[in-house]
Design a binder for this molecule. Structure first.
Ligand SMILES: [Zn+2]
Length: 214
């Protein structure tokens, strides 16, 4: 069974996830660790659990989700996976990092692999289907582990709410379409891991999410 560890990092209270299998193969989702203290928290966890970091997979390239990419890649020499339509967004992070108060931002290395809708990623026993889920950002993806019924959903759905669409490349109609026609077609008992705040399920969001009013 896939194990899930969650860390809350940086001023945006971003959720970074470490997902790992019984053989201790791990993938890091959206490393948002910013300062030495946060990096140590993540590295210590990986060391104590004797995990082998096989890669970084990012749901998207907003600043709060990529602050730790540089240090994590340096530490583990691992691949970094990002959808092709968020590569431009990743390049822009450095320009606006100071505006958001992250003057210590170490620019993320370029992705080593560009993702597309329909890709299947395997890390040890864990298998993730890549679903393009634009609207919050143009190259946003979600990672669906069908066997474990877990959706790594980034900033598309939040518990009762959804990701903002006023940032560059954001689009409310596109996000609505992503949620209603892609995510809401997944099984109701799918656990949804969010980029901020608490977990939820597809079933709960289909009943209660604020997007239903649009
Ligand atoms: Zn975001």
């Amino acid at each position: 069974m896939m194990k899930i560890a969650r860390f809350v990092f940086n001023a945006f209270q971003e959720n970074t996830y470490v997902l790992y299998d019984k053989n201790k193969v791990a993938v890091i989702v959206d490393p948002g660790c910013y300062d030495r203290y946060e990096e140590e928290m993540l590295f210590k966890f990986i060391k104590q659990n004797e995990l082998k970091v096989a890669g970084i997979m990012n749901t998207h390239a907003h600043i709060d989700h990529v602050l730790g990419v540089h240090e994590v890649m340096k530490m583990y020499q691992c691949p970094f996976l990002l959808h092709k339509d968020d590569v431009e967004g990743l390049k822009r992070v450095q320009e606006y990092s100071k505006v958001y108060g992250f003057s210590g931002y170490k620019p993320a290395y370029e992705p080593t692999e560009l993702l597309e809708d329909g890709d299947v990623l395997t890390f040890g026993d864990m298998r993730f289907e890549v679903i393009h889920a634009p609207g919050h950002s143009p190259g946003h993806v979600v990672f669906y582990n069908r066997k474990e019924k877990v959706l790594v959903n980034g900033d598309v759905l939040f518990k009762g709410s959804f990701g903002r669409t006023d940032l560059p490349g954001g689009d409310m109609d596109v996000l609505k379409n992503t949620i209603k026609n892609k995510l809401f077609h997944l099984p109701s008992d799918t656990l949804v891991l969010c980029g901020h705040g608490a977990d939820t399920t597809i079933g709960e969001e289909k009943k209660t999410n604020y997007i239903l009013q649009f």
